[in-house]
Design a protein around this ligand. Sequence first.
Ligand code: KIV
Length: 265
Amino acid sequence: MDKRTTILDIKKHKRGKKQVWLTAYDFYTARYLDAAGVDGILVGDSLNMVVYGHQSTLSLSLEQSLFHTDAVVRGSERALVIGDMPFLTYQHSISDAVLNAGRYLKEARAGGVKLEGGMEMADTIARIVEVGIPVMGHIGLTPQSINVFGGYRVQGKEDKSRTYLLESSRALEEAGCFAVVLEAMKPDIAGEITESLSIPTIGIGAGPDVDGQILVISDILGYDDTFEAKFVRKYADVASIIRDAAKKFAEDVRSGNYPSKDETY
Ligand code: KIV
């Protein structure tokens, strides 16, 4: 029997136990996150930055996202895996959006998709959900729109932006989203949105008054030792672990200490 978390399990969490989400992009990370008991794994388009080393998420292709989503699904057994639709794979037309969203379920066996945008995306989301594809919404700082925002800026500071966020969250719920990511916004507006919706809100840089939290795996592991953000808590220092292991290997190879007799056939 399939023991994979479903969107119904996720929806039940509303105002209950806080939900735990992390991003992952590969098989082994997915395996360990699954073993750690996370509720959901997002194969975020942050992939383009933290795996491929680009400055933004914009150039990620649908194929790249699908390959990594497939690896994460194979690495996990229990967590709900959501694929994050790249820039311009869902904004151009509703029919493109449905076909591209469907590829996550057909080719990568994901449990659903995430896409960015507020009320302006409601018709697209409604159609994707109508054909049987679960959708996670994403409002606030939506990184695919950084060129419009003028950078990575906290949202919900002005009345106009607060109204947009509140109305958009309702539009996403009405369109059929099973949950919505609230990214980089003032905590009081995130709290207000969480109170007003019947679907769970998953925050990233949105304060404590949400139904769950998501962070980028590379940030909590400390992969990039130059990256700092107010909302990120670092639980490991993988940059040092990799550097130290590589240095020790180099010393052993150069000194002839590796391979030993036991390590030789
Ligand atoms: O791409 C991503 O990792 C995301 C999360 C930060 C929510 O969208």
